[in-house]
Ligand binder design. Structure first.
Ligand SMILES: NC(=O)c1ccc[n+]([C@@H]2O[C@H](COP(=O)([O-])OP(=O)(O)OC[C@H]3O[C@@H](n4cnc5c(N)ncnc54)[C@H](OP(=O)(O)O)[C@@H]3O)[C@@H](O)[C@H]2O)c1
Length: 364
């Protein structure tokens, strides 16, 4: 993938007035980008615009803020046509589930629908609108280029925001989880479709997978989150304690941008994303295609049948990675490579025999 460069680029952050989107917009302003943020509520948009202006590297960088409902495809089209400038990079961060938490029998069809709209439609419509306009514009530019021998159109990037829930279904997130899985599926499929339109570097998609991080939206979620969900994800503590335990939006923004700069298609925000070399999973483990069960507790044989050495390798490495990651706070961790995703649910609360890996799966 071509490297992500913010300087002098125009970057749209869809959902950029609060939380992660605002943090990403500010960070990219410090790196020299021209920023456009989109959200619905004018008040937070105006506040965010001021903060982004303050963060700029140079006063010549532009910062614009527009009120657009990203779930309304016509409004999105209208905005892109009226603004007249297309982004070099489109970052979609809108979403969340502060009003749709609960078990399936307890939530309403309206909540299921609004969660899908707020997380999936809010991304897919602007991605579609931008892509159509990029293709049209780049085609014209290529025709001119043939006549005047100007430079190739600059690479275009789309960044989508999924969640660890795309890998790990937790009761209570039943409206939200499928929407974030849909975002991952959108990224996977779009990545292939984009090859239709030019060389692999021309149009690129990235997808990031944050775990819990602290924003106002997360704090609101805590008010209505079922106790079981809090227990399972380890958030059954006062917010003041969680603030020490989990990343801030600024920290997640840094991890996201670092992932983009490293050219990652899948950007994982977990500490084990970049495991030390000895923990890197081998391609052998990838081809094995078998389920991996980790010993529980450590030292005992696996409960599931293993299928050869590849499986052993993955299991041992996962176990080592999980034990290593127990030094830091989050309760579950995953290892994500371009080819393979392993999830370990680690029970850090039960430290009697050392950290205990209670479940793992080879997903990809
Ligand atoms: N916080 C976490 O623990 C966590 C964990 C994993 C993944 N994530 C994901 O990370 C992303 C950011 O989360 P966050 O906590 O930073 O959220 P947040 O603070 O609620 O920010 C969401 C932003 O999106 C905008 N937005 C929402 N719906 C919109 C719509 N229909 N049209 C236009 N703008 C819209 C909001 O502004 P308006 O409401 O004014 O429109 C706001 O600017 C979300 O996709 C979330 O699912 C969060």
């Amino acid at each position: 993938m071509s490297p992500f460069i913010a300087k002098d680029k125009t970057i749209f952050v869809a959902g950029g007035s609060k939380g992660l989107g605002k943090a990403v917009a500010k960070l990219l302003a410090t790196k020299g980008a021209n920023i456009v943020i989109l959200a619905r509520s004018p008040g937070p948009l105006a506040t965010a615009k001021q903060e982004i202006l303050q963060a700029r590297q140079t006063p010549t960088q532009t910062v614009d803020a527009f009120s657009v409902d990203l779930c309304d495809s016509s409004a999105v089209d209208q905005f892109l046509d009226s603004y007249g400038i297309l982004p070099d990079t489109l970052i979609c961060t809108a979403g969340g589930t502060s009003t749709q938490l609960g078990f399936l029998v307890d939530i309403s069809p309206a909540q299921i629908k609004s969660c899908l709209e707020g997380n999936y439609y809010s991304a897919v419509f602007i991605v579609q609108s931008c892509l159509r306009r990029w293709l049209e514009m780049d085609k014209k530019q290529q025709q001119q280029q043939q006549q005047s021998k100007t430079q190739d159109p600059s690479p275009r990037k789309i960044v989508l925001t999924s969640s660890t829930t795309a890998f790990l279904g937790l009761p209570g997130y039943i409206a939200y989880t499928p929407t974030k899985t849909a975002i991952r599926a959108l990224a996977d499929t779009l990545r292939q479709e984009l090859l239709l339109y030019g060389p692999p570097d021309q149009y690129q998609v990235h997808c990031c997978f944050p775990g819990t991080f602290i924003t106002d939206a997360f704090v609101s979620e805590q008010q209505i989150k079922p106790e079981l969900t809090k227990e399972l994800e380890g958030t059954n503590r006062p917010v003041s304690e969680l603030e020490n335990r989990y990343d801030s939006a600024d920290e997640i923004a840094r991890k996201l941008v670092r992932g983009l700069e490293r050219g990652r298609f899948l950007v994982c925000m977990d500490g084990t994303t970049d495991p030390p070399p000895q923990l890197e999973l081998t391609s052998k483990a990838v081809v094995s295609g078998c389920r991996v069960q980790v010993r529980e507790p450590r030292g005992l044989p696996t409960s599931n049948a293993r299928q050869g050495n590849e499986c052993d390798t993955a299991r041992d490495k996962l176990e080592t990675a999980s034990c290593d990651s127990a030094k830091s706070a989050p309760r579950y961790r995953y290892i994500l490579t371009e080819e393979l995703i392993l999830i370990a649910v680690v029970d850090y609360e039960n430290q009697n025999n050392g950290p205990k890996v209670s479940k793992s799966d080879q997903i990809g």
